[in-house]
Design a protein. Structure first.
Length: 211
């Protein structure tokens, strides 16, 4: 975490007990301890218990509440000065590592469409709250608008290639939970062009519907 300026409270709250780094793809156990998915998977392969309390139940679920809170918190990259949601800190660090430079390649230039998915934020179609990425928009709408039945345009779909900004969903909350239960950024490879990334997103969306 030395490469980022993170508020002390946030650094402690969102630190993985295994790698001692910012949580990435956080998952939780029945004992409510939270870890990076990869860290926990590696740990229980050799010691089939919670790494923190040694609880024997290793049933793993996605820590959606933690992901939502992390999407509201930001850290400042010491290398390029970009503010990054805590949920994307490791992705951002990987971009520096892959670029092999001390300057993040998009810091002083316009972000290309192939890379913009990582930085997309959306406006709530109900109350116009802005600056929400996918998990935080889903969390916000479930918490604040669960009983709202108005037809609205899905801002995530409207931002995608060939998205229809005029199409209003009859059940936006149901659509949000079904079609956007995945995170677009997780299916985007910045080394690929827009067409390939679009296909990856559409395939992930389709798979979420048939599961």
């Amino acid at each position: 975490m030395d490469a980022f300026d993170i508020e002390p409270g946030n650094a402690e709250e969102f630190e993985c007990p295994v790698c001692r780094d910012v949580l990435f793809d956080p998952v939780s156990l029945p004992c409510e301890h939270v870890f990076c998915h990869s860290c926990l998977s590696s740990s229980i392969q050799t010691r089939n218990h919670c790494p923190t309390c040694r609880g024997q139940d290793t049933t793993t679920v996605q820590a959606s509440d933690v992901i939502a809170r992390m999407s509201y918190k930001t850290a400042t990259c010491k290398t390029c000065g970009v503010q990054v949601p805590l949920s994307l800190v490791k992705n951002h660090r990987a971009e520096h590592d892959n670029a092999g430079t001390t300057q993040f390649p998009f810091a002083n230039s316009e972000i290309s469409s192939a890379n913009c998915f990582e930085f997309l934020t959306f406006q709530c179609p109900y109350c116009n709250e802005d600056g929400l990425n996918e998990p935080s928009l889903t969390w916000h709408c479930n918490e604040s608008h669960r009983n709202d039945t108005r037809r609205v345009v899905c801002p995530i779909c409207a931002s995608m290639p060939h998205g229809d900004p005029s199409y209003q969903s009859r059940n936006f909350l149901g659509h949000l939970n079904l079609r956007h239960s995945f995170y677009v950024q997780d299916f985007v490879d910045i080394s690929q062009d827009d067409a390939i990334n679009e296909q990856a997103i559409l395939l992930a969306s389709y798979n979420s519907c048939i599961q």
